[in-house]
Ligand binder design. Structure first.
Ligand SMILES: NC(=O)c1ccc[n+]([C@@H]2O[C@H](COP(=O)([O-])OP(=O)(O)OC[C@H]3O[C@@H](n4cnc5c(N)ncnc54)[C@H](O)[C@@H]3O)[C@@H](O)[C@H]2O)c1
Length: 246
């Protein structure tokens, strides 16, 4: 096990919370970032109660200065940041093309390109010094299958895949891998109750006919951050139960 810190953005709830818990279970001290400070603190307390070490940091993951400060705090608390997971997301929803504004698109690019870049810039000196690092981006399978009203989200997640492949190529000689996990629809707190007819239609399109869980996504992240995954870089793992169109 490497001596260092794992940092997960947007980890106060949803997929990020499961990822942070899992990385802690794998033995990493974890920085739980979320704009919602109370949610981040709640999760950090849970992790501590389970025997892990966690630091809650309520900063804006899309602001490079705040991200740099967070990484500095992480270093001071737990040591070099060797694992980063860019997971944070703002509000999402359907916007038809006629109503699509550049401001709305830019907000998506801030979460899915600007924030991962800020995180990489802040943490890469630690990874280079250790000659070991794991960068994981949370994408989406929506980039492949498309849904009406989601073009800004798809474009930004597609851009994140491009960054994943490019950075993998540039950082591989330093022992740093860069990969993307692309979840399908994984119900989390924000989805609320799903009507039975929607569930039936959706699950009927998956090879594995059950809802995916945040732990399914966390498992893929844990693998990509492990020693075993050192020869995997620039890749995308889709975690969607084999969703298909037929
Ligand atoms: N849940 C799914 O079905 C699904 C599917 C595909 C991809 N994803 C991706 O997984 C990631 C997590 O999704 P989720 O469903 O858990 O979302 P979520 O909305 O439940 O969680 C996102 C978290 O990010 C936090 N956040 C918002 N703005 C922030 C900021 N500026 N700085 C720091 N934190 C901030 C929120 O407070 C929230 O806790 C996102 O990138 C999303 O696009 C989710």
């Amino acid at each position: 096990m490497r001596k260092g810190t794992a940092l997960v953005t947007g980890a106060g709830r949803g997929l990020g919370a499961a990822i942070a818990r899992r990385l802690s279970a794998e033995g990493w001290p974890v920085v739980v970032n979320d704009l919602d400070q109370a949610a981040a603190e709640g999760l950090a307390d849970d992790i501590a109660r389970a025997g892990g070490r966690a630091l809650a940091v309520g900063v804006d993951a899309t602001d490079p200065a705040q991200v740099a400060t967070m990484v500095q705090w992480a270093r001071e608390h737990f040591g070099p940041v060797l694992v980063t997971v860019a997971n944070a997301s703002g509000p999402q929803g359907e916007v038809p093309v006629e109503e699509l504004s550049w401001a709305y698109m830019l907000r998506h690019f801030e979460f899915f390109t600007k924030s991962p870049l800020a995180l990489l810039h802040a943490a890469v000196p630690d990874m280079r010094a250790a000659r070991w690092g794991r960068v994981v981006h949370i994408g989406s399978d929506l980039f492949d299958r498309a849904d009406p009203g989601w073009s800004a989200y798809m474009a930004a997640k597609g851009a994140l895949l491009g960054l994943t492949r490019g950075w993998a190529l540039e950082l591989g000689t330093d022992g740093i891998t860069v990969n993307l996990v692309a979840p399908g629809w994984i119900p989390v707190e924000r989805h609320g109750a799903i009507p039975p007819e929607v569930a039936e239609r959706w699950l009927g399109r998956q090879a594995v006919p059950r809802w995916g869980t945040p732990d399914d996504v966390a498992g893929a992240v844990a693998y990509l951050t492990s020693e075993d995954a050192g020869f995997i870089s620039g890749q995308r793992i889709v975690v969607n139960g084999g969703f298909h169109f037929a």
